[in-house]
Structure formats: structure tokens, C-alpha cells
Design a protein around this ligand. Structure first.
Ligand code: HSE
Length: 413
């Protein structure tokens, strides 16, 4: 029998207990032994049939020598960081869904796990139930990975889907996402792109075999996307998605999260609601796409339990996996990133602005929609330009133009 301690009986933690109980027979066969939840740490009180195994004292798990595997589903940095270190240092394997902790302290916690000959596994920290971390480490290990990109946040994908499909404003779609339990009461990390930024930092650290600090990921959120932007996207046969991207170059890694206009012919445009999709580009495999439920109780718990089974099968030692040997990757500035830009501009003399925009952004295309909200503006799609050049081009465009206003730009694939 292998004993497990669960830290945090929230959405994911309770899902882990549920799956371990419901599928205990097949899980025992696959793990080679029976897996039993011995203690659950949570400060709240729950009215569940297994009430007697709850404790409010972390020592009841961390100092219990019978417990070999700790599931950390508390979320956040404190106290999860200290508890994880204590668990690893006392020779327990730790499985987590905690992307904040993995993005911030993953490299250190992996090193502590290695020193103590145990495993620190975090499949559930990216893409909820979608297998992506183990495929990157194992199934795609033959490849040189050059790029990872995709939709890594379910909440924002739900909001953008509802704005597109139901014509909702950003605020209305966010409210609906909260009512359905997708968005947190404080949705900042999702809508500002920080959550996707942490996830792309975790994935690129694995794919590029060196620590990519999440603080180096350039991040823009979706809170400025409007109904008018959605109408322009529809006119161009594009969809607006929050895209996370990391690319490897000879001199470092480029990583960003931002709203992007994606052609409706791209498979990413069809990824709707809370689903996630992650594309990986390898030199042998070409493009491969991972798709599924990126959040939610049972999908995320499915990934956690998969790791628990893996840890149970490797109870006597750390799995040998690439870890980058402590290398910290050079994260490149966004200034060199090149893409087409969809741009909305305003000025007193609309006809003059239109001709000047086409002159300054040579090769740009005009886009127009028949909507009262877009009557007094000019919209263009520029040819590919680097971020570092945009400011200069806009300053040439605005000079001498009365009441010039740069409304916004959105990067285009
Ligand atoms: N808030 C996250 C999302 C949960 O919406 O994708 C899963 O990491």
C-alpha cells in the first residue's frame, strides 16, 4: 500500500481524492500497488464521508513517515513553497498543479528533489488535463524544439469566445465567466495574461532545457479588446485569441503572451470556450498539437493522478530527466519581434489620415466595417514590422496631423 497526503481540498484537490477513490482498482493495477489517501490538509471543514482524515496541521502529513507522496493542490506561493521544500527534504515525492510555484521556484524545487532522490512532478500546472509536460520530456525527446505556441488560458478563451459568438462586451463576458465559475473573483492573473505567461515559462524551460524566468515573458492581456475589434476580426475572417508563444534563437529565448488575430483557417481559431490548445514545433515531428480541457476539477485532477501513478512506479528514486543543469536562459526583448499589425487610428481629417497611413506603412491594407462605432476612424493592416520600429513610424504618421489618436494595435499571425 502506498500512502498519499493531499494538501488543499479545493477544486483540484477534491477531484484528486474523488478519482483515486472512484478508479482505485484500475489505478492500483497501473501503479503496481494500492494508492490510499491517508491525510488531507485544509483549514476549512468539509462535510464528506472521509472527514476523519482531515487535519489543519501540516506536520500530520509532513512528519508522517508512512506517507510517500504529497499532492500539493493549495495554489499560491505561501505556504506551498515551504511545505514542498519540507516534503522533498524529508524524502517524499511531491505532485502539484500549482503553476505559480512551479514558474517561480520550479528549478530550485527540482534540484531539491534530485538531492533527495525523489520526484517533483507538475503535469497539471499547464493545460489542465492535457498531457503536455510528459510528452515534451519523453515522447518528443528526439526533437530539437524550436517553438511552442497556443492558447494556455481557459478563462480568457471563454471570454473571447463569448465576445465573438454572442456579441458580448468584455465586461459582460467576464461577468458570465465568473457566474459559471470559470473566472476567479479576482480575475487579474487570467485577463492580464500573467497565468498564460507562467505556463509558457514552464513549457519553454522544459522544451529549451534551461530556466526561462516567467518575469522575462512579455505580457499583454485581453481587457482592452472591444466589440468593435471583434467586428473587424470577423470582416477579415480572423479570430482574436490570447496567444502564448516561445521561440528559440541562437542567442536566447523569446517568450510572449498577447492577444492576436489568428486566421480562421488556423486550427487555433476553432479552439473555443475553456479549451486550450498547444502547438509544438520540432525538427523531426514538424507541428504537433495538444488539445483539451485546460482547466476544471476532474480534467486537472486527471493530470495530477497521472503523476501520482508515475511517482508510485518510481518510488525508489528520481526519474532521470533533462533539467538544464541550472542554466538560466537569456530572454530576448520584444523589440525584435516582427509581425503584421492591425491598427485603429483617428484624426480630425479622416481622408488625410487614411492617405498618410498608407504612405507611412507602405504596403498596408485598409479595412472597413459598417458600424456606427467605427465611422470616424481608419483601420489598416500593416506589412510585417518589428516592434522596435512601430514607435518611429507612428511618430512620422502623427506629425502635423490634427487631433491624431492611436486607438490600438493587435498583432496578426
Ligand atoms: N485560470 C486558469 C485558466 C486555470 O483559466 O486557464 C487553469 O490553469
Amino acid at each position: 500500500m502506498i500512502y498519499i497526503g493531499v494538501m488543499g481540498h479545493g477544486t483540484v484537490g477534491s477531484g484528486v481524492v474523488e478519482i483515486l477513490h472512484k478508479n482505485r482498482g484500475t489505478i492500483a493495477q497501473r501503479a503496481g500497488d494500492e494508492l490510499v489517501v491517508k491525510r488531507i490538509l485544509d483549514l476549512k471543514t468539509f462535510d464528506v464521508p472521509y472527514m476523519e482524515i482531515f487535519t489543519k496541521n501540516a506536520d500530520d502529513l509532513l512528519e508522517d513517515r508512512d506517507i510517500d507522496i504529497i499532492v500539493e493542490t493549495m495554489g499560491g506561493i505561501n505556504p506551498a513553497y515551504e511545505f514542498t521544500k519540507r516534503a522533498l527534504n524529508s524524502g517524499k515525492h511531491v505532485i502539484t498543479s500549482n503553476k505559480e510555484l512551479v514558474a517561480q521556484h520550479g528549478a530550485e524545487l527540482l534540484a531539491i528533489a534530485r538531492e533527495n532522490n525523489v520526484n517533483y512532478l507538475f503535469e497539471a500546472s499547464v493545460g489542465g488535463g492535457i498531457p503536455i509536460i510528459r510528452p515534451l520530456k519523453q515522447c518528443l525527446a528526439a526533437n530539437q524544439i524550436s517553438e511552442i505556441y497556443g492558447i494556455l488560458n481557459g478563462t480568457t478563451n471563454y471570454i473571447l469566445t463569448r465576445m465573438k459568438r454572442a456579441g458580448l462586451s468584455f465586461e459582460e463576458a467576464l461577468e458570465e465567466a465568473k457566474e459559471k465559475g470559470y473566472a476567479e473573483q479576482d480575475p487579474t492573473a487570467d485577463i492580464k495574461g500573467y497565468d498564460a505567461g507562467r505556463k509558457i515559462a514552464i513549457l519553454s524551460s522544459i522544451a529549451f532545457e534551461g530556466h526561462v524566468p516567467y518575469t522575462g515573458v512579455y505580457t499583454e492581456g485581453i481587457d482592452d479588446i472591444s466589440h468593435i475589434d471583434m467586428l473587424y476580426a470577423e470582416e477579415m475572417e480572423y479570430s482574436i485569441k490570447l496567444i502564448a508563444r516561445a521561440r528559440k534563437y541562437d542567442n536566447g529565448i523569446f517568450a510572449m503572451v498577447s492577444p492576436m488575430l489568428i486566421s480562421n483557417f488556423s486550427p487555433l481559431a476553432d479552439v473555443e470556450d475553456v479549451f486550450n490548445a498547444i502547438m509544438v514545433k520540432g525538427d523531426a515531428i514538424g507541428d504537433v498539437m495538444f488539445y483539451g480541457q485546460g482547466a476544471g476539477k476532474l480534467p486537472t485532477a486527471s493530470a495530477v493522478v497521472g503523476d501520482v501513478i508515475d511517482a508510485a512506479k518510481h518510488l525508489n528514486g528520481t526519474k532521470k530527466e533533462p533539467d538544464g543543469n541550472g542554466t538560466v536562459m537569456n530572454v530576448l526583448s520584444i523589440d525584435d519581434y516582427e509581425s503584421k499589425l492591425f491598427m485603429r487610428l483617428k484624426a480630425k481629417d479622416i481622408d488625410g489620415l487614411r492617405s498618410k497611413a498608407l504612405e507611412v506603412f507602405e504596403g498596408a491594407k485598409l479595412i472597413s466595417i459598417d458600424d456606427p462605432g467605427a465611422m470616424d476612424e481608419v483601420a489598416i493592416v500593416t506589412p510585417p514590422i518589428t516592434e522596435g520600429d512601430v514607435e518611429n513610424l507612428l511618430s512620422s504618421l502623427s506629425s502635423g496631423v490634427e487631433d491624431f489618436e492611436f486607438i490600438k494595435s493587435i498583432r496578426m499571425e
